[in-house]
Design a protein around this ligand. Structure first.
Ligand code: PEP
Ligand code: MG
Length: 588
C-alpha cells in the first residue's frame, strides 16, 4: 500500500530505490558492495565471527560450571543459553547469507540489515518474554561485529553503485538498484562516512534544516529529507521508496503510476543539472557588471576537488572539525592537521582557502561518546571558540598547523562563534603566540588574514569592535538565525519557527554587510542562506559580493547572479528588510 511521510527538505532532487533501514547507532558499520567472486569470502567472514562468539560463550559456560551457584547465578547460564540459541538460529544465518549473496552487501552490513528485520519481528511479538529477547539478539550481533572489527575485510575499494533508468527500475529486482537509507538519526560524523556512499538518498526521523547532519547531506549532493518522524519504523527493509528532496516527502511502496511520474521528474532534474554545468567556466558577473565571488564550503581536504569541479573561486569555509570527529578522543596532532590543511590548499591550485578553527559542541560531538548530554543547553555551552580557548594547547596546535599550511598557498583563518572583546584579544594573542612558537622552532609559515564569523547577534551588534581587530567577516546565518530566534537548529519540533526571513535576522545581515562595505572590509555569507537561490537577489541587493556554499549549489546561484541587476535590486532589498513580513515581499 502506498503511503507518504512528510519531513523537512534538506537536499534537492529525486531518489528512487530500495530502503535500507538502519537502527540507531549502526551507522558506523561499513557499507559497501562486494563482487560476486567475493561472496564466499564474505560468508566465511561472518561464519568465522559467529563461530568465534559461539566458542567464547562455550568457554564462559565452562567457567561458570566450575563456579558455585553463589558466584555464578543460574540466570547467567540461562542467558548464555539464549545467546547460543540465537547465534545458531536459522533465520539469522539464512537472512545474512541472503543480503550477501543476493544483494552483495559486505558482511557487517548484511548482519545489521538482518538484525533490523528480526528486531521488527520481535517488536511484533505478543509474549513479553519473547519480545524482550530482542535485546539479547542485539548483544549477540554486537559481539559478532566486535569480533569482525579485528578481521581485515578482503575488499579494498567499495565500488560505487550503478545508476539505473526508470525503465530498468520498474522491472528490476537485481542487485544494483539504488539504495536509500532510512535511519532514526545520523550524526555529522556518520554522514561523513557516507561520503563514499553507496546510498542514493536518505531520510531520518529527526533533525532540522540546518542541523549539521543536513549540511553534510547537502554536501553529498544526494536527495535527503530529515525530521520525517516515524519513518524508520514505518518503512521495512527493502521496501521501494521515493525521496522527493524538493518537497521533503518520502513515498513508500509507490504505485507504477507514481513511480513513472517521479522517474520523469528525476530526468528533468538531471537535464537541469546538465544545463547548469555549462556555466562552470562562466565568470559570476551581474548584468550591471558587478563581480561576485562564489566560494565553496568543504568538510574534508579532498572536497577541494568537488569545489574546483563546481567552478568555485576558492574555499570560503573549511569546517576543520570534521578532521577531529569519530576518533575516540585521539585528536589529530600538528603534523596531521598541517598535512590535511596543506592538501586542501594545494588541491585548490592557488585559490584561497579559509580554514575555520575547530567548531565542536552542540550538534557536532567529536564522537558518540562525547555527545554533550550532560549540559542542559549544549548550543549555548562550551562550543567553538569557547571550547578552543578552554583548551589552549589544542588550539595552539591547530593554529600552528594552519599557519604552516599558509606557506603553501593562500590561507585565511576564520574564528567561529566569537562574541566578546576579551575572546577576540585572547584569540589574537594565541595566534601571535603560535607564530612565535614556529619562529622559535625555525619552521616556515605564511601570512594569514584572520576573520571572525558573525553568528551571534551580540557580534552583529558590535561590529565596530570586530572590524577594529579582524581582517574580514563571514556571516554564519545558520547560527545567527538559531541564536537570534532562540530556535535549536537541530530540533525538528521548532523547525517551523526557524525563519531566515525574520526581519530581525535580515536586519542583522543587512547591517553587517553595509558596515563592512562602508569600512572597506571583505564580508561574505557562509551559512546555508548563501546557497539558497531564494535569497541570492536579496543578498546581492544588500551589497553582498561574496557567497560561500556547498559546491553542489554554486552553479544554481551563479545562474541567479548572471540574471540579476545588482544596482536595481538595492532599493527593493531595503524594502524587503524593512517590511513587516519579508517573506511575502520576497515571494519566498
Ligand atoms: C553557520 O552557522 O552559518 C555556519 C556556516 O557554521 P556551521 O553551520 O558550521 O555552524
Ligand atoms: Mg555556525
Amino acid at each position: 500500500m502506498t503511503f507518504s511521510v512528510h519531513g523537512i527538505a534538506v537536499a534537492r532532487g529525486i531518489a528512487i530505490g530500495r530502503a535500507v533501514v538502519m537502527g540507531s547507532g549502526r551507522a558506523d558499520v561499513a557499507h559497501y558492495f562486494v563482487t560476486p567472486e567475493q561472496v564466499p569470502a564474505e560468508i566465511e567472514r561472518i561464519r568465522n565471527g559467529r563461530n568465534a562468539v559461539i566458542d567464547e560463550i562455550h568457554r564462559l559456560q565452562q567457567t561458570i560450571a566450575a563456579m558455585g551457584p553463589k558466584e555464578a547465578p543460574h540466570e547467567l547460564s540461562a542467558l548464555l543459553d539464549v545467546h547460543l540459541m540465537l547465534l545458531q538460529d536459522e533465520d539469522l544465518i539464512t537472512g545474512i547469507k541472503h543480503w550477501i549473496t543476493d544483494r552483495l552487501y559486505n558482511a557487517e552490513w548484511a548482519l545489521t540489515t538482518q538484525l533490523e528485520v528480526l528486531s521488527r519481528q520481535f517488536d511484533d511479538m505478543e509474549d513479553d518474554y519473547l519480545r524482550e529477547r530482542k535485546a539479547d539478539l542485539e548483544q549477540v550481533a554486537e559481539r559478532i561485529l566486535r569480533y569482525m572489527k579485528g578481521m581485515a575485510s578482503p575488499v579494498a575499494q567499495p565500488p560505487a553503485p550503478k545508476r539505473k533508468t526508470q525503465q530498468d527500475l520498474l522491472l528490476d529486482d537485481s542487485v544494483d538498484v539504488p539504495l536509500v537509507l532510512v535511519a532514526h538519526d545520523l550524526s555529522p560524523a556518520d554522514m561523513l562516512q557516507f561520503k563514499q556512499s553507496v546510498f542514493a538518498g536518505f531520510v531520518t526521523d529527526v533533525g532540522g534544516k540546518t542541523s549539521h547532519t543536513a549540511i553534510v547531506a547537502r554536501s553529498l549532493d544526494i536527495p535527503a529529507v530529515v525530521g520525517a518522524r516515524g519513518s524508520s519504523n514505518l518503512v521495512r527493509q527493502d521496501d521501494w521508496v521515493i525521496i522527493d528532496g524538493d518537497a521533503g516527502v518520502m513515498i513508500v511502496d509507490p504505485s507504477p503510476i507514481i513511480l513513472a511520474e517521479y522517474g520523469y521528474k528525476q530526468r528533468q532534474v538531471e537535464l537541469e543539472r546538465g544545463r547548469l554545468s555549462r556555466l562552470r567556466h562562466t565568470p559570476a558577473v551581474t548584468l550591471d557588471g558587478q563581480k561576485v565571488e562564489l566560494l565553496a564550503n568543504i568538510e574534508l581536504p579532498d572536497d577541494a576537488e568537488a569545489a574546483l569541479r563546481a567552478g568555485a573561486v576558492g574555499v570560503g569555509l573549511f569546517r576543520s572539525e570534521f578532521l577531529f570527529m569519530g576518533r575516540q578522543g585521539n585528536m589529530p596532532d600538528e603534523e596531521e592537521q598541517y598535512l590535511a590543511y596543506r592538501r586542501a590548499v594545494e588541491g585548490m591550485q592557488g585559490l584561497p582557502v579559509t580554514v575555520r578553527t575547530l567548531d565542536v559542541g552542540a550538534d557536532k560531538p567529536l564522537d558518540e561518546g562525547h555527545r554533550d548530554e550532560a549540559h542542559l543547553n549544549p548550543a549555548l555551552g562550551l562550543r567553538a571558540i569557547r571550547w578552543s580557548l578552554a583548551e589552549p594547547e589544542m588550539f595552539r596546535t591547530q593554529l600552528r598547523a594552519i599557519l604552516r599550511a599558509a606557506a603553501h598557498g593562500r590561507v585565511n583563518m576564520l574564528i567561529p562563534m566569537i562574541a566578546h572583546a576579551t575572546e577576540i584579544r585572547q584569540t589574537l594573542s594565541l595566534i601571535d603566540f603560535a607564530r612565535a612558537e614556529l619562529d622559535n622552532r625555525g619552521i616556515a609559515y605564511g601570512e594569514v588574514p584572520v576573520g571572525a564569523m558573525i553568528e551571534i547577534p551580540a557580534a552583529a551588534l558590535s561590529l565596530r569592535t570586530f572590524l577594529k581587530y579582524f581582517d574580514f567577516l563571514s556571516i554564519g546565518t545558520n547560527d545567527l538565525i538559531q541564536y537570534t530566534l532562540a530556535i535549536d537548529r537541530a530540533d525538528e519540533s521548532v523547525a517551523h519557527l526557524y525563519d531566515p526571513c525574520h526581519p530581525a535576522v535580515l536586519r542583522l545581515v543587512a547591517d553587517t554587510i553595509s558596515e563592512c562595505r562602508r569600512q572597506g572590509k571583505p564580508v561574505s555569507v557562509c551559512g546555508e542562506m548563501a546557497g539558497d537561490t531564494q535569497f541570492t537577489r536579496l543578498l546581492l541587493g544588500l551589497g553582498l559580493r561574496s557567497f560561500s556554499m556547498h559546491p553542489a549549489q554554486i552553479l544554481a546561484v551563479k545562474q541567479e547572479v548572471l540574471r540579476a541587476d545588482a544596482g536595481r535590486l538595492e532599493a527593493w532589498a531595503r524594502e524587503v528588510v524593512d517590511s513587516e513580513d519579508p517573506s511575502v515581499a520576497l515571494g519566498a
